[in-house]
Design a protein around this ligand. Structure first.
Ligand code: NAD
Ligand code: DAU
Length: 332
């Protein structure tokens, strides 16, 4: 297959490109990425000289560029997004542009150029907070913050293009990912790198919000399966099956880094903080997917990766990040 991957220089996209080229030796990948603060060419430095890989810097909202890069591909997989909930509470504009209008721009190109397959990467956050039970793909979307509302807007446009024009789309909605190359604003890499530096871990509210953790390579295998075997017009949840309260996760990180619990710093809660996410992954399991990594082992491997890759994350925690950190946490 010749693939267009959008947002491939971010956390999940870069892991996905590496997964595809490692498991399908004849595939080729073009990566279109704007290189926002979250996009990092270093995430794919090992593929720089691989003739099967090409990089184009650009915006998925740029209709002319999108048509140029998508022409002739067998499939496009869209990871490009503004992805951090806390940033969407401070500056939502970019979320609407990329996560809604950017998706629309891709869909129009897929429709006009008759691209055979379009996989859109979405999130379990579109279902909103789930106090009991687990969300099915047929459940209504009830997003509750600007990030998830923008992602839900993108999803609805994807499904509308299927219903009205039979554009060959598929959607995955995964739970919280963790693993190598995750920008250190998200809770696991933030807490691991803060702990390694003996800095406090700002735990929101009562620390009892629940997330369902999925190792990024398991998500990549699920997306790859949906890309090759999924049904057109279908949505597939991909959940890690490991639900845990933030406080429990925080203690595990401190144990793995060998740091004391006195580093935990309870801070004012995130406004509108969703209590719990949980997805039912029966449908993707019926396609043949199952998570291969045990949570405890994967978390230990992730901590070891950040320990061994200081040269990757330390530059990311300076400059723009310092200003963001002060704005986000300074007043809490
Ligand atoms: P990320 O923030 O690490 O990476 C996003 C990438 O998109 C970056 O490389 C960035 O430069 C690029 N990008 C942003 N705006 C762009 C634009 N207008 N045009 C082109 N490129 C642009 O995000 P991630 O954590 O890798 O998430 C990838 C996708 O998976 C997102 O759609 C996100 O909503 C979804 N998702 C993430 C998680 C998670 O836990 N991280 C869970 C479920 C779903
Ligand atoms: O559920 C999937 C979603 O997971 C993705 O769609 C998003 O792109 C991704 O960012 C993630 O969203 P969350 O808001 O769940 O992830 P985050 O890492 O920001 O927070 C995880 C939990 O940890 C959440 O309950 C808030 C809490 N938290 C987070 C940060 C950054 C803290 O307690 N302190 C923090 O400093």
């Amino acid at each position: 297959m010749k693939l267009l991957v959008t947002g491939g220089s971010g956390f999940i996209g870069s892991n996905f490109i590496r997964h595809v080229l490692a498991t399908h030796s004849d595939d080729r990948v073009v990566n279109l990425d704007k290189l926002t603060y979250a996009g990092n060419p270093a995430n794919l430095a090992d593929l720089e000289h691989d003739p099967r890989y090409a990089f184009v810097q650009g915006d998925i909202c740029d209709a002319t560029l999108v048509r140029d890069v998508i022409r002739g591909v067998d499939a496009a997989v869209n990871f490009a997004a503004e992805s951090h909930v806390d940033r969407s509470l401070m500056e939502p504009d970019a979320f609407l542009k990329t996560d809604v209008f950017g998706v629309f721009t891709l869909l129009e190109a897929v429709k006009e150029l008759k691209i055979p397959r379009f996989v859109h990467i979405s999130t379990d956050e579109v279902y909103g907070s789930v106090e009991r039970g687990s969300s099915r793909e047929s459940d209504a979307v009830r997003p509750s913050n600007p990030y998830s509302a923008s992602k839900a807007g993108g999803d609805l446009l994807v499904l509308a293009h299927w219903h009205t024009h039979r554009v060959p789309v598929l959607i995955t909605r995964s739970s919280n990912n963790f693993g190598p190359y995750q920008y250190p604003e998200k809770v696991i890499p933030l807490f691991v790198t803060n702990a390694l530096d003996d800095q406090s871990l700002p735990l929101y509210g009562d620390g009892k919000n629940v997330r369902d953790w999925l190792y990024v390579l398991d998500n990549c295998a699920g997306i790859d399966l949906v890309l090759r075997k999924g049904g057109e017009g279908e949505v597939y949840n991909i959940g890690g099956g490991h639900e845990v309260e933030n406080i429990v996760l925080t203690r595990q990180i401190l144990q793995l880094t060998g740091k004391p619990e006195t580093l935990i710093q309870p801070v004012k809660d995130r406004p509108g903080h969703d209590r719990r996410y949980s997805v039912d992954s029966k449908k993707v399991r019926q396609l043949g997917w199952t998570p291969r990594h045990r949570f405890g082992d994967a978390l230990a491997a992730t901590v070891a990766w950040y320990r061994a890759h200081e040269a990757w994350w330390r530059p990311l925690k300076s400059g723009e990040f310092r200003a963001y950190y002060e704005k986000q946490y300074g007043h809490r």
